[in-house]
Structures are given as structure tokens and as C-alpha cells.
Design a protein around this ligand. Structure first.
Ligand code: G6P
Length: 369
């Protein structure tokens, strides 16, 4: 097993670094940059089928459910189809309102998570069209679906999911563009721009990985903290949830992900010197709102780490530490903003000497309810 990790200490670190490759593979065969078009052959979509869709319900557990939340934003914004995420353990008992014009899209690395499979089953009985985005080829979630997208993450060993988080983010973006095109809600120019932005993704992620040393430095300083608040808005709100989850899972530090705009309705009461805040503030449509929330946290004495765009001195001036990311089209920014958060959680756990790949009480795939 040591050999398979190559130069890395843990599978998780190896898998974080594999993301340039996995995202390159995710684009291959699906994106035609010359024509500015995308394809997802295993969904068997036609304009007629795409036009019949009245709503998309995304369902998943854990990290995959945060990918789903990003997907919900992309499907609504790009394809203009009502979309919502319901975690699988809830959906199956929710008496969901579903008909034959509903698509239920399950996301799962393993394709064997019990709650996700049960939610699919329930929705099938109610007449939904079932799609899945799955990493493990031939798994149940792939077999029972009417159509699927095969994640190109490659085998993931570390219990805390990393490359099987970013791959579906790109799959969901491609899906949103495809639906928008088939439904005729974007112009050819808009489509070409959305498609050409995809070309940047592997390189942007690679540039974040090149900055690992900066993240390690912050991890060294922060490794003894007991609490942390992650804040994000809009398309990066689920990245706050995912960043906090990564820290909890492998470093056993209490971390909460929160919608930044909700901070004033509760969590601000907790912010003091012992409760650092990590704010995700790329130059996306929610940027100005994030700035004011960072100012509020700072005014209460909380240490602030920000994820910010290269050259953004305004936000850097408000922070104790900055995880710099390259300028990224905002609809793809979650793929990039999550990278320093994966590295941060990994290095805190690794500096503490914890069992990063096999954290206590957790399983890679939860096949019981
Ligand atoms: C477990 C794993 C998580 C994963 C979740 C969903 O809790 O530890 O990393 O996100 O299951 O798994 P799935 O295979 O359905 O993506």
C-alpha cells in the first residue's frame, strides 16, 4: 500500500493532488472546445426530453450532498429549471412531490450508500426519471438509473472525499449547459463562453495546489484551535459546509459551515478570539456581501482567514491569513475555492499525527441506514 501512495504520506494528499488529472479526464470526451458543445451520452437526452423536465431534485449524502447544492445553483442559473437538493436520508421519508416530469439526480462516489439508493427507489416508485452521477463503475446507483454520468475521479481510498467532490461539480456544470442548450434558453454565444471557461479548470486547480506551502504555514499556526466557523454565500455557500466537514472528519476539530448572511442571526454570538472565521470571498456576485460579513467578524475579535482572488488587497487587508486563488469564472469557482480548504484540513490532521485516511468512527461507504 505504501508504494501506491507514491511520494505522498496519505492517500488523501495523493488524491487532492490527482485533481488536475481527474478534472482533465472529466472534460475529455464530453467537451468539444472547437464547437463549443458538450455531450453526456449516457443520459440519452433529446430536446423533447429536456423540455419536459419541470423540476430537478438532487439527492445525496455527506460530501456528495454539498456537490448537489452547487449543482442546484448551476441548474437554476444556467438551465433555468427549478432545482433543489434534499439529503437522501430525508427525501426517502418526505412523501416527496414527484411526477413523470421530475428528474431525480443522485450523486454518489461509491454508488452504494444505503440512504441514497433508498431515496432513488422511493422516487422511482413515484414515477420520476432517475439519473445518477457515480464514481464506482457498475455500482447500484449506476445500474438502477435511467441515465448516468460516470465520474472520472478514479478510485478514491481516503475516507474523506476530495477528488470525488470536484469531479461532479464539473459534471453538473456540463449537465446544466447541456440542458440549457437543449431547452434553448441560452444563445450560441453564451454556450460557447460557458464551454470555453471549462478549459481553464485543470490549470486553475493546479495553480492552487502549487500554493500548498502557504496553506501548511497557516495550518501550523492553527492546529491547536478547537472551533472554527466557515462562511460562504451563493454558489460558495456549500463550499463553506464542505470545508467545515473536511476539518471535522479528519482533524476532529469542531467546525461549522454557515450561510454568511445568517451569521447575524446566531453564530456571531460565538465569534471571539478563540473562534476563528474562514470566509470564502472570491470575486463572485456575492463578493461585496462577503466583505461586510468579514468586517463584522473582525470587529468582534475573531481571527480571519479568507479565500481570496489574486491581487485582491481590499479583502487581504481585513484578514490575518489569505489562501490565494487565481481569478476564476464564478460559476466554476467552487471547484477552485475548495482546494485550499481540502489542503488546510489535510495538513492540520497530518501535523497532529492523526490517521487521515481512516478517521475514527467513519466509513468510506455507508451501506446501512
Ligand atoms: C461517507 C463518506 C463520505 C461520503 C458519504 C457519501 O460518509 O465518509 O466521504 O461523502 O459517505 O458517500 P457516497 O459514496 O454516496 O458519495
Amino acid at each position: 500500500i505504501a508504494a501506491e501512495k507514491g511520494e505522498y504520506r496519505h492517500f488523501m494528499q495523493k488524491e487532492i493532488h490527482e485533481q488536475v488529472r481527474s478534472l482533465t479526464d472529466t472534460l475529455a470526451g464530453r467537451v468539444n472546445f472547437d464547437e463549443g458543445k458538450v455531450r453526456l451520452p449516457h443520459l440519452n437526452l433529446t430536446p423533447e426530453k429536456a423540455l419536459r423536465i419541470k423540476q430537478v431534485i438532487l439527492t445525496a449524502c455527506g460530501t456528495a450532498s454539498y456537490a448537489a447544492q452547487v449543482g442546484e445553483v448551476l441548474i437554476e442559473r444556467i438551465a433555468r429549471i427549478p432545482a433543489k437538493t434534499v439529503i437522501a436520508s430525508e427525501l426517502r421519508y418526505n412523501d416527496p412531490i414527484i411526477d413523470e416530469n421530475t428528474v431525480v439526480l443522485a450523486i454518489s462516489q461509491s454508488g452504494e450508500t444505503a440512504d441514497t439508493l433508498a431515496a432513488m427507489d422511493e422516487c422511482r416508485k413515484r414515477g420520476a426519471t432517475l439519473w445518477s452521477i457515480v464514481n464506482a463503475i457498475g455500482s447500484q446507483a449506476m445500474r438502477v438509473a435511467d441515465g448516468y454520468i460516470s465520474m472520472q475521479a478514479g478510485p478514491e481510498i481516503g475516507v474523506a472525499s476530495t477528488k470525488a467532490f470536484t469531479a461532479p461539480l464539473v459534471d453538473l456544470y456540463i449537465l446544466a449547459v447541456l440542458l440549457a442548450d437543449l431547452r434553448g434558453v441560452i444563445t450560441p454565444e453564451q454556450r460557447r463562453k460557458l464551454v470555453s471557461d471549462l478549459r481553464l479548470v485543470p490549470d486553475l486547480v493546479g495553480r492552487c495546489l502549487d500554493r500548498e506551502a502557504g496553506v501548511i504555514q497557516v495550518a501550523r499556526e492553527m492546529k491547536y484551535i478547537h472551533n472554527m466557523l466557515y462562511l460562504g454565500r451563493g454558489i460558495n455557500m456549500p463550499i463553506a459546509f464542505e470545508g467545515a466537514l473536511k476539518l471535522k472528519e479528519i482533524s476532529y476539530i469542531h467546525a461549522e459551515g454557515y450561510a454568511a448572511g445568517e451569521m447575524k442571526h446566531g453564530p456571531i454570538a460565538l465569534v471571539d478570539r478563540d473562534m476563528p472565521v474562514l470566509a470564502i470571498a472570491p470575486r463572485d456576485p456575492w463578493y461585496e456581501k462577503m466583505i461586510s460579513q468579514i468586517e463584522q467578524a473582525r470587529a468582534r475579535g475573531g481571527g480571519v482567514i479568507v479565500v481570496a482572488t489574486d491581487g485582491d488587497e481590499r479583502v487581504a487587508a481585513l484578514a490575518d491569513h489569505v489562501f490565494w486563488i487565481p481569478e476564476t469564472p464564478w460559476m466554476l469557482s467552487p471547484v477552485v475555492t475548495v482546494i485550499p480548504l481540502q489542503l488546510f484540513a489535510y495538513h492540520i490532521a497530518s501535523l497532529k499525527g492523526l490517521d487521515v485516511d481512516q478517521p475514527r468512527n467513519l466509513a468510506k461507504s455507508v451501506t446501512v441506514e
